[in-house]
Design a protein around this ligand. Structure first.
Ligand SMILES: [Cu+2]
Length: 339
């Protein structure tokens, strides 16, 4: 049925004032804010696992562009309310597809995650609903931040230059915490003929916006000389970041958390391997600080977490290079020279 003429005329008349009302909003450019993901020292050894700054106030419909400035991978992930943090970062939000493409939209009700971002990668996300939204990195549990999305027209506490300066300050502060001097020596293995190497170091920092982690991606001694029959003990001193000690062939990525089949467990729970010849392979699995929640007994003897020490006994002379399979790209490598 044809619409009566008066109806169409009324329709056109009605549209005009609405357009006039909306135009100030439509014409207003929604701001894009900028946050840096991570900071690092020139040699890549010290990493700030952090959103910089980790707290920002924006308006509804504004966007934030996250830019990675580091060689260590990170995700930018906004979870939906009540969602449990995905354990496996390769699954992103757990949906299909697991990762969002840039530019993305976050409503507050659906999880949005980037894939791992590397140095120079950017991701822009628009916030369509007011609220206070936590941002996390799926690879680093103690790397969180906050985006406060306020109603259009509400006063904002800071402009972009303030956040840029704050990002620089936070990066400097976190990186300075990544390199601790004067750690007391080995608290564990004290027998004659044993040697100790500290694996990583770090500190978890917190402010009103969330948590950041300072991480040293280095072995304290990258070259150590010992004698045939000696045992070297590696101890992870980082509160949050796992590392591996890997000799010879590097295992596939999906089994990196687990020790290789030759690895035994000492009475005190530390993992222990024996290398007969240079070039032989062994892999510690993840060694990491014990988790906050102790698993219920019986704990599997080779559980992928909560072992912070790895020992290797060397049976013949030669040079034995090793790497951290997670951070060798950042220069986390070393060698044992056996005389
Ligand atoms: Cu490592």
């Amino acid at each position: 049925m044809r619409q009566p003429l008066w109806g169409r005329a009324f329709g056109y008349l009605w549209v005009l004032p609405v357009v006039a009302l909306l135009s100030p909003l439509v014409g207003r450019a929604d701001t894009t804010w900028h946050v840096t993901v991570g900071a690092q020292s020139k040699d890549l050894g010290r990493q700030a696992l952090a959103f910089l700054p980790n707290e920002i106030w924006i308006h509804q419909n504004d966007s934030v562009t996250y830019r990675s400035a580091v060689d260590e991978p990170h995700t930018v992930t906004f979870m939906k309310p009540g969602q449990i943090r995905p354990v496996d970062f390769t699954q992103g939000c757990g949906g299909v597809p697991p990762f969002a493409t840039s530019p993305a939209t976050f409503t507050g009700g659906t999880c949005v995650s980037t894939p791992p971002l590397f140095n120079g990668d950017t991701f822009t996300i628009q916030f369509t609903h007011t609220g206070n939204y936590k941002v996390v990195c799926l690879l680093h549990p103690d790397m969180t931040g906050m985006v406060h999305v306020l109603a259009t027209g509400a006063p904002l506490p800071h402009e972009q230059p303030y956040y840029d300066a704050q990002a620089d300050d936070q990066a400097d502060h976190i990186l300075s915490e990544a390199d601790h001097d004067g750690h007391s020596n080995n608290g564990g293995w004290q027998h004659a003929g044993s040697h100790h190497i500290t694996v990583g170091d770090g500190e978890i920092l917190a402010n009103g916006g969330g948590k950041s982690t300072a991480a040293l991606m280095r072995f304290t001694e990258s070259t150590k000389t010992i004698h045939v029959g000696d045992t070297v003990e590696w101890e992870n001193r980082d509160p949050a970041t796992p590392h591996t000690i890997t000799f010879g062939t590097e295992p596939p990525e999906n089994v990196l958390p687990f020790p290789s089949a030759d690895v035994k467990v000492d009475a005190d729970g530390a993992r222990h391997a024996t290398l007969n010849h240079p070039g032989d392979s062994t892999h510690s699995g993840f060694i990491a600080a014990p988790p906050e929640e102790v698993p219920m007994a019986p704990t599997p003897p080779l559980a992928p977490i909560n072992v912070s020490r790895f020992r290797v006994t060397f049976k013949s002379a030669g040079t034995y290079p090793f790497i951290c399979a997670l951070h060798d790209g950042l220069g986390m490598v070393g060698k044992i020279i056996v005389k």
